[in-house]
Design a protein around this ligand. Structure first.
Ligand code: HEM
Length: 186
């Protein structure tokens, strides 16, 4: 929501897709709607790249000594994967800090753990078992927020003045919580 408020052109594209596909607010949002909303799905992917929900994934421990791309990881070493940095790596992503959902449109890059440059749910044996539930909840929640309401920043705050810094923890949060005013959607 913060990135959409800060990028009104992207908000307009997401809302246009919603009104074209679902019609007016009399349509009740359902899980089956999501597959018809490619731009909204791209917005979610873009957010999971730029604002890694679990920035260091969950700590892992090496069972045996292994050689990973020339680096020796000794047995019992604690391994942290800096997914936050991977999501902003300029060697992988052009303009890494720009919110560009259309980058994911028509792309096969997916969050299911096969594309190692985009692993918001981790990868491999300890990948997130809640992935299907998390994916559905986030899409249905965001679709509902955008479908039923228009959103405004409070107190005359301008989009370019928004503080977009992250607060790091096991999960990532906005350093300054987002405050928005809902208006009845048109
Ligand atoms: C958008 C929502 C979610 C995101 C982004 C997310 C992300 C993650 C990540 C990055 C990991 C660590 C994977 C790794 O280290 O390789 C993880 C692990 C885990 N997640 Fe999620 N998760 C989400 C929702 C959920 C939900 C809804 C549940 C349960 C209903 C859940 C349950 C778990 C559990 C139990 C683990 C530990 C798995 C293990 O260590 O074997 N997650 N999640």
């Amino acid at each position: 929501m913060a990135e959409l408020l800060r990028n009104p052109d992207k908000m307009a594209m997401a809302k246009m897709e919603l009104s074209r596909t679902l019609g007016g607010p009399q349509h009740i949002v359902e899980e089956s709607d999501i597959s018809r909303l490619p731009y909204l799905q791209a917005v979610v992917k873009k957010t999971w790249r730029l604002h890694a929900p679990v920035p260091l994934l969950i700590p892992h421990r090496a069972d045996t000594t292994v050689n990973v791309a020339g680096y020796i990881v000794p047995k019992n070493a604690q391994v942290l994967i800096n997914y936050w940095a991977i999501g902003r790596d300029p060697k992988v992503w052009g303009n890494p800090t720009t919110f560009l959902p259309k980058r994911f449109l028509g792309s096969n890059v997916d969050y299911r753990g096969k594309d190692f440059q985009f692993i918001p749910f981790g990868a491999g044996r300890r990948t997130c078992p809640g992935l299907p539930f998390g994916v559905h909840m986030v899409h249905v929640m965001l679709t509902s927020l955008l479908h039923y309401f228009d959103w405004e920043l409070p107190d005359g705050l301008k989009a370019e003045e928004m503080d977009m810094r992250d607060k790091f923890g096991v999960t990532l949060q906005k350093l300054v919580p987002l405050r928005l005013i809902p208006r009845q959607g048109s």
